[in-house]
Design a protein. Sequence first.
Length: 216
Amino acid sequence: MSNTLTIALSKGRIFEQAMPLLAAGGIRAAEDPEKSRKLILDTNDPRVKLVIIRASDVPTYVEYGAADLGIAGKDVLLEHGGEGLYEPLDLGIARCRMMVAGKPDAQLDGRTDRRRQRIATKYVRCAERHFAAKGQQVEIIKLYGSMELAPLVGLSDLIVDLVESGNTLKANGLVPLEHICEISSRLVVNKASWKMKHARVTALLEALRGAVTQQA
Ligand code: PRT
Ligand code: MG
């Protein structure tokens, strides 16, 4: 194990909202990932590096020890499955809600006249769990983006997606119908790093915990 602490996170909203928290832990990025093509960013601390990856890849990098720590949305962690990593802190950033949405006249009873309802989503596990808990047998259709389109073109009856302001749904003539869960980003830690780099990991964890409490 190297002496370096590697933190995996995605650019965009998570990077922007995590930076003030990491600054409280004494970590400042040397470059802006929006302006750089580098995937590994130096920080002011020569022993800390930031790895910039797709949001949905963060748990994989951390589970396999390619990064010691990571910052990932609860949506991504629920889909990945949480057994392979520790999730010690809710950072309270990049907040939104996971919702069932559809056309304003959409039914929520799990069936149409002739068949099971179809649900289009990137969040297959969460959707399966939600409808199973309601006792509904639905057909889940996996998509990788633009879920809002699916009900408009007859691909699905409903969608499961993240909602923040609601503007994306509204712009496409859809409405939120059912709340599934609240989403925010979490600090995740590789299990071996937790043991082998315990002092440094817990020092950063406590600094972040302090910054989160102050921001709340
Ligand atoms: O874009 P990419 O495929 O690489 O990955 P990603 O879309 O997962 O990454 P990114 O950076 O867009 O999102 C990272 C994390 O931010 C997600 O995993 C969530 O935990 C969190 N987050 C918070 C959101 C939103 N708010 C959000 N509004 N992620 C996505 N959205 C999208 C949503 O899917 C929908 O298309 O924004 C749209 C809805 O926003 P409103 O404001 O119109 O309701
Ligand atoms: Mg995105």
